[in-house]
Write a protein that binds this ligand. Structure first.
Ligand SMILES: Cc1cc2nc3c(=O)[nH]c(=O)nc-3n(C[C@H](O)[C@H](O)[C@H](O)COP(=O)(O)O)c2cc1C
Length: 194
């Protein structure tokens, strides 16, 4: 029997049960249905301090801060499929979740020093929601996700589903297509590579 595909899911909203959580749950329901084994972490439940830019990770790609990143680092550097779901806050990621991204600077160094850590057959996926209809609503965050994926050794190109004009808690449930789309995307995400 094939080993199930492992998917690491990161929920970046501080609002539990909000729009991005709902979409991520549906995405993961699709992935599980297709046989994936899912590990889900919510940034709001983690204690992750801000990057100090101390430079200590330059030498060996190890962060000197001891907190919940200790649990995430091995998953971020080993998993081939990573999905991030986030609301847009001021055209970027919510602050608590941005700390996780910033702290992957240590992994950027680790990959730089050990290029074999790159998973060329890996895949990233981004689910984004925001309240407004602005043309550039997801631009900044998409760049952040792109370089986050690069830092952890995954290809920079990623798939995404983003939804504008989604604001009140759980209102995305009324969206005409979103739940169906993320479910199908989750299923697809779990297919393909061993
Ligand atoms: C601090 C804060 C900043 C926000 N900034 C933006 C923004 O720049 N653009 C936007 O369209 N929506 C913005 N929003 C709205 C959220 O992106 C929106 O309500 C989203 O649906 C929340 O998703 P969630 O339920 O998964 O947390 C902001 C909300 C908060 C609380």
């Amino acid at each position: 029997m094939n080993k199930p595909v492992e998917v690491l899911a990161l929920a970046f909203s501080p609002r539990k049960g909000g729009n991005s959580d709902i979409l991520l749950d549906e995405f993961l329901r699709g992935a599980r249905e297709a046989g994936a084994e899912v590990k889900l972490y919510a940034a709001r439940d983690l204690n992750v301090r801000a990057c100090l830019e101390c430079g200590e990770c330059d030498a060996a790609g190890e962060c000197v801060i001891r907190d919940d990143m200790d649990e995430l680092y091995p998953l971020l550097i080993n998993t081939k499929r990573i999905v991030v779901a986030s609301p847009i806050f001021f055209y970027g990621l919510p602050s608590g979740s941005k700390a996780i991204v910033d702290r992957t600077q240590a992994l950027w160094n680790r990959v730089r020093l050990n290029p074999e850590l790159r998973r060329k057959d890996g895949r990233g996926f981004f689910i984004g929601v925001g309240a407004t209809r602005g043309k550039n609503l997801f631009e900044g965050t998409s760049l952040t996700i792109k370089y986050f994926l690069d830092a952890i050794g995954l290809p920079m190109e990623f798939e995404s589903l983003t939804y504008r004009r989604v604001e009140a808690k759980a209102v995305v449930k009324d969206h005409p297509t979103a739940l169906r789309e993320v479910f199908a995307a989750g299923k697809n995400f779990a297919h393909g590579m061993p």
